[in-house]
Write a new protein. Structure first.
Length: 495
């Protein structure tokens, strides 16, 4: 009987689930992410495609596509899917049958008694269909978890891109400020040599120039580290890491998403939530199975065949019954119930965390969008006007050149703060995408971009200083015109 059962189960006890990239691609596509590519990244076609992408300016979207082919983290996730598949194959297999053999002989004739036995654990046979069902469900849960990890990597890549472009913009602006204040210090030295300013004012200008140079050096290092982080996240090194990128960030969208809509999207589509919910269902079924079969313990069924000493053969079924007197499986049931209770608590905590994080993230995005608007509509226009009026007053000798340079430096600072606010805004949106578990509906509104740093620093055609008719004091060497300093392009405030 046991042999027949073993033969019958040999075909159904082993399940070979595929790794199923199409199913994961479907999960990713529904959340706005590109499809997998790392499972075939050794092919020449994919290498050529990655090379083509790297030859073009590195946008956030292109960085994500390259990561799909090159990222070691994604390859690790693919390996995890293989491990999940192996766990399933192991879970649906029954224990191997036990074969027994004995040879008993009398001290004298007439002969020996031979006994053969084959036994299998009864519990394994009874719960096999349920174990198969749970194993398949757990594989689906694993695919949800791995798709969530892949989606998280795409968000990491995109956020690293925004951080790098933003850091490079800050480095360029800090370099411009350093140039302005170096010019100011040089001019102060010439004025001091001509006897027009005190040593105190000279040292103030020189100290400001040194501080600006230090800040520019730190900003440059920060930008280089951000680029290295992006290369590491994407999976690039060597010659492949020498790509170029855009120096512009997209402007905030015109209308932000409703927090209630985002909360619904998160509760219905967040892959981490779906995976945890599936885990609770699996543990609930496992606890029920444990409770139903707890009394069987190590009970075995089998068949024995014996040849007696007189040559006759007897055979029949056997039952090796474990009598549940002392151990009635209570510990197994308690353990299964505790695991289920803990999983339900984790699911509830994840729901609470997600709900609160969605609302907090949406509020953060809204506030940062308002900060960007304040820069665009109020701060920068005010700073531009201050520079313009300062140049006019300086031409009439109402203020000194150093006040004009200070106004120009403050204008640079305002633009830098504006670019940093835009970077922070997109970082906040990506953090919100992580919580929602998908790209945001309002993303279709994105299109307009910030001016490049080169455009910001393009001189507007400032006015040269006119000292004619003001000979009351010793004239210093000719000072550079404001138009010769790194300037600011006028910002379009129509939006």
């Amino acid at each position: 009987m046991a042999a027949g059962v073993a033969a019958l189960l040999s075909g159904c006890a082993t399940v070979h689930p595929g790794l199923d990239p199409p199913q994961i691609n479907k999960l990713l596509a529904a959340r706005g992410a590109p499809e997998l590519g790392w499972e075939k990244n050794g092919g020449g076609t994919d290498a050529a495609l990655a090379g083509q992408w790297l030859a073009e300016p590195m946008t956030a979207d292109r960085a994500v596509h390259v990561a799909m082919l090159r990222s070691p983290r994604l390859q690790e996730e693919y390996a995890r899917l293989g491990l999940a598949r192996a766990d399933i194959m192991e879970a649906v297999q029954v224990a191997n049958p036990r074969f027994t053999f004995s040879r008993l002989g009398q001290l004298g004739p007439p002969g020996n008694q031979l006994a053969l036995g084959l036994a299998m654990p009864l519990v394994d046979l009874l719960v096999l269909p349920a174990r198969t069902r749970l194993a398949k469900a757990d594989f689906e849960r694993a695919k949800l978890g791995i798709a969530a990890a892949v989606l998280a990597v795409t968000f990491d890549v995109e956020q690293s891109w925004y951080d790098y472009v933003g850091a490079q913009q800050v480095a360029d602006m800090r370099a411009a400020v350093g140039t302005s204040l170096a010019t100011s210090a040089e001019l102060a030295k010439r004025f001091y040599d001509a006897g027009n300013i005190s040593e105190l004012q000279l040292k103030r200008e020189e100290a400001a120039a040194v501080q600006a140079r230090i800040a520019a050096s730190r900003a440059l290092v920060t930008a280089r580290l951000a680029r290295l982080k992006l290369n590491t996240t994407v999976g690039l090194s060597g010659a492949d890491a020498e790509w170029k990128t855009s120096d512009r960030l997209p402007l905030p969208v015109a209308s932000e998403d409703d927090p209630a809509t985002l909360d619904t999207l998160a509760n219905e589509g967040n892959l981490d939530l779906l995976a945890m919910s599936r885990e609770v269902d699996i543990l609930a079924s496992a606890a029920k199975i444990t409770r139903n079969f707890r009394l069987l313990g190590g009970t075995e069924i089998g068949i024995d065949r014996e040849r007696e000493v007189d040559g006759s053969i007897i055979q029949g079924p056997t039952l090796n019954l474990e009598v549940p007197i002392f151990n009635q499986g209570g510990a197994k049931v308690a353990r299964a119930d505790a695991r289920l209770l803990a999983a339900r608590a984790r699911l509830l905590a994840l729901h609470l965390k997600t709900d609160n994080a969605v609302r907090l993230g949406a509020e953060r995005v809204r506030v940062l969008s308002a900060v960007v608007k304040d820069h665009h509509d109020a701060l920068i226009p005010a700073r531009e006007t201050i520079v313009e009026r300062s140049q006019q007053e300086q031409n009439y000798m109402l203020i000194g050149i150093f006040e004009v340079i200070q106004a120009k430096t403050q204008e640079y600072d305002a633009y830098q703060s504006y670019l940093e606010a835009i970077r922070d805004y997109w970082d906040a949106r990506i953090d919100l995408m992580r919580v929602v578990g998908a790209r945001l509906p309002s993303e279709t509104q994105a299109g307009a971009q910030t001016p490049s740093v080169a455009e910001i620093l393009t001189p507007k055609g400032g006015m040269a200083m006119d000292h004619s008719g003001h000979g009351a004091q010793t004239e210093p060497p000719a000072a550079p015109a404001m138009a010769d300093m790194p300037g600011m392009a006028a910002m379009d405030h129509s939006g």
